[in-house]
Design a protein around this ligand. Structure first.
Ligand code: ZN
Length: 245
């Protein structure tokens, strides 16, 4: 049996990542779906932590690309652009190089991993049946894992071929099989589904079965907010953490 920790949208929130790692326990691999930096106060510390872990998948997201100058800041709202610029200045050249080398999608065994969607790996939010169906149709694997929207959800193709999409709270389990299935584990560092706790998923696999479980964990929100305040990150980004929106 192997255990894989799936994380997305950590957004430089070290307290949230540490709480997730504690809650996840022993894992064989970490799959990171991107947006490791941006918004939060600890871009360097989060990258260092991920490098120490058995991180076998590390994707780039739009905020990572903006921080290293690969996407124009004009494509972001003011608060996001300020945080991306600050992150880029904070991280050393070697981290710029690492972030620049990351793919935006990858196929790992029988699972496709992407930050946004199969139609647009960097920018598309998969939040509707239509967008989930398009990604499932474009995928060569039955299972697709996405990040980017900061909303924990699952989408699956029913027997009639139509796609259903629903948000997924902690404890929801999904068995992977032949049914096309799309999963967003939710965001570690800036949840936007009304639950301020850090979100993640655990995938347990052996030769015959794969089961994914959605999870949430409380973290030191005030600690992250204090660190953000100290380095002068925008107030709107600080305040949204406690409401999870
Ligand atoms: Zn994000």
């Amino acid at each position: 049996m192997s255990r894989v920790l799936i994380v997305a949208d950590i957004h430089a929130n070290l307290h949230a990542l540490e709480a997730v790692l504690d809650a996840a326990g022993q894992v064989d691999e970490v799959w990171n779906l991107g947006d490791t930096v941006g918004y939060g106060p600890h871009p360097v510390e989060v990258c260092e932590q991920l490098e120490r872990l058995p991180t076998t998948v590390w994707l780039a997201g739009n905020h990572d690309l903006a921080a290293i100058g690969e996407l124009p800041l004009g494509m972001f709202n003011d608060a996001a652009a300020i945080a991306a610029r600050w992150s880029g200045e904070r991280i050393e050249p070697s981290w710029h190089e690492l972030l620049r080398s990351l793919p935006t999608s990858r196929i790992e065994d029988d699972v496709t991993l992407v930050h946004g969607s199969l139609r647009d790996p960097v920018w598309e939010y998969v939040l509707s049946r239509e967008s989930a169906a398009a990604s499932l149709e474009a995928s060569s694997t039955a299972v697709v894992l996405v990040g980017h929207s900061h909303v924990a959800l699952k989408a699956f193709e029913g027997p009639s071929g139509s796609v259903f999409l629903e948000t997924a709270g902690p404890g929801v389990e999904v068995e992977f099989g032949a049914t096309p299935t799309l999963i967003n584990p939710g965001s570690v560092g800036q949840p936007r589904d009304g639950d301020s706790r850090a979100a993640f998923a655990i995938l347990e696999r052996d030769t015959t079965a794969s089961r994914l479980t959605f999870s949430r964990v409380h973290y030191d929100i005030v600690g992250t907010q204090t660190a953000m305040h100290k380095v002068g990150l925008p107030r709107s980004l600080i305040e949204r953490l406690e409401v999870g929106r």
